[in-house]
Design a protein around this ligand. Sequence first.
Ligand SMILES: NC(=O)N[C@@H](CC(=O)O)C(=O)O
Ligand SMILES: [Zn+2]
Ligand SMILES: [Zn+2]
Length: 358
Amino acid sequence: MNPTSQTPSTLTIRRPDDWHLHLRDGDALRAVVADTARQFSRAIIMPNLRPPVTTVEQAVAYRNQILKALQQRDEELSYKFEPLMTLYLTDNTSVDDVQAAASCEHVYAFKLYPAGATTNSDSGVTDLLGKCRAVLDAMQRLRIPLLVHGEVTDPNVDVFDREAVFVDRVMIPLRKDFPELKVVFEHITTRDGAHYVRDAQGPIAATITPQHLMYNRNAIFQGGLRPHWYCLPILKRELHRQALLEVATGDSPRFFLGTDSAPHARGLKEQDCGCAGCYNALHAMALYAQAFESVGRLDRLEAFASLRGPAFYDLPVNDGSITLIRQSYVVPEELPYIDGDTLVPLAAGQALTWRLQP
Ligand SMILES: NC(=O)N[C@@H](CC(=O)O)C(=O)O
Ligand SMILES: [Zn+2]
Ligand SMILES: [Zn+2]
């Protein structure tokens, strides 16, 4: 694309990858998997199933389940999509587990959920630097990345501050003790997180979701309480959104695409204690394009979506391309999902300015 043409009618980029994705399993998996595969060649698959994916055997079985589900939905897409599996780090993960992960061609990372921080994190780590040192050391040595849900769980810390406090209490000490450990600070939502990653030494990167680039916390309270805008880390104030847009569209190679698409049935979000997570896999690339265009940086979308992630993970970039077309696209109010319930996509009912060329 010519960066000087400010309103192109199409945008073609190398095929992108999603470096942070929840696909769930069973019928839920079948309902959503093709949405991702239409846009992305690969995706880092989050292991927070019930029970969590903690062993290589479970990860390989889950991978087969994903490919089979995709084949049932769309035979052709299933040949083009590669799920990159991750293992859920627990207090009981052993050095042998790390070795097994490092020698499995389908496993790409470990995922740290501080216990209780987010959806399905009950089996998460209770004291990373106390209980997991040997495992972290093995990950550093074997160059297997640690992907981090970066929020403290201390109930005394304000929910809007939990990411910034995590930087001070966990990220800085972790990276001081394990300076060569590859770390991805997942779904960053604050200026604090963005600037920490931008300015840090060593092998660190961050993923950014479309919702945190496009919306601030007002969206959760627009005319009433709106559960479909609730995800974790929660949307933040406008200055943080601006800082995320700046790094996503900037020069640093450390920021790349991770949708954190996290489907939950409508009924589980619309209740007294609604689940955290936004479903954005349906229209992720259209959302990112709109966010990048809002600051005149469509020319940076390809680096963010298709180039920087593979570079961090030491993988080749994808062959082929996708094309977005400038055409108003009204996000559906709901999609078919499971148990007779529906799935409400991010920004349901709103008009976007781009759509994926079929
Ligand atoms: N992002 C979310 O709000 N929810 C995710 C978990 C996560 O990524 O923290 C989920 O699995 O539903
Ligand atoms: Zn998370
Ligand atoms: Zn997530």
